[in-house]
Design a protein around this ligand. Sequence first.
Ligand code: NAP
Length: 247
Amino acid sequence: MPDKKVAVVTGAGRGIGRAIAVELAKRGCAVAVNYSRSEGPANEVVEEITAAGGEAFAVKADVSNAEEVKAMFKAVSEKLGPVNVLVCNAGVTRDNLLMRMKDADWDDVIKTDLSSLYYCAKEAVRPMLKGRWGRIVAVSSINGLRGSAGQCNYAAAKAGVIGFVKSLAREVASRGVTVNAIAPGFIETDMTAVLPEDVKSQFIASIPAGRAGTPQDVAGVAAFLVSDDAAYLQGQVIAVDGGVTMQ
Ligand code: NAP
């Protein structure tokens, strides 16, 4: 285990990413709170962490842009030390039926939800291999596991995330680096708040747990994957969905 765990959490100003950043800080990680638009909320996350005695700083980068990702990792390692924990959480939705989907909607989702994992992992994996310890956690979706109408772009990106995770896990598993994915179900954040009430209640009615998930439900699992207790967990997709995808 390294002397210091340094985590980059993408999209950590709001929603699931915010809960993960705060939880990792509670468990002793120094945390780089990435944001692209939510500067104020990201600064609040940093204040919350530092007020509780943790170490954090906010770092702006559009994770769909390789150059901005490179600059972010440079800034983080200068400020906090070599990165050994990466949580790729940032994501967007641009739902539409295939016939109506614009090429820009496809590209935005693929770049933000999938290419960002490639850009970030490429930067993070070198210091992890050097230190012979690392944790990569990617946030996928149940739509990456089973698809959902009107979300060809999102389902393709999230399925790609799962394939990437398994492939990279095989590449780095012997060097103390674990790579896993979380597939949240219906979690109450800004992303799901925009759904029509009837769609929301229909979905919630289908959840065996009988309720929507919270960002904290996901954060606890992410923190476990980053911990030493999860050292032998490799290339897995953990569905955090109240039982929706149970087999
Ligand atoms: P959210 O509340 O809409 O937040 C999205 C986050 O992604 C924000 O922090 C946003 O940061 C960040 N982001 C978007 N584009 C970015 C970019 N180009 N560069 C950097 N950051 C960017 O979403 P959420 O519900 O917390 O979702 C987080 C992740 O969980 C996503 O990958 C989502 O697909 C996945 N997920 C969510 C659910 C759910 O039910 N909520 C279910 C399955 C999977 P800024 O505001 O700074 O742009």
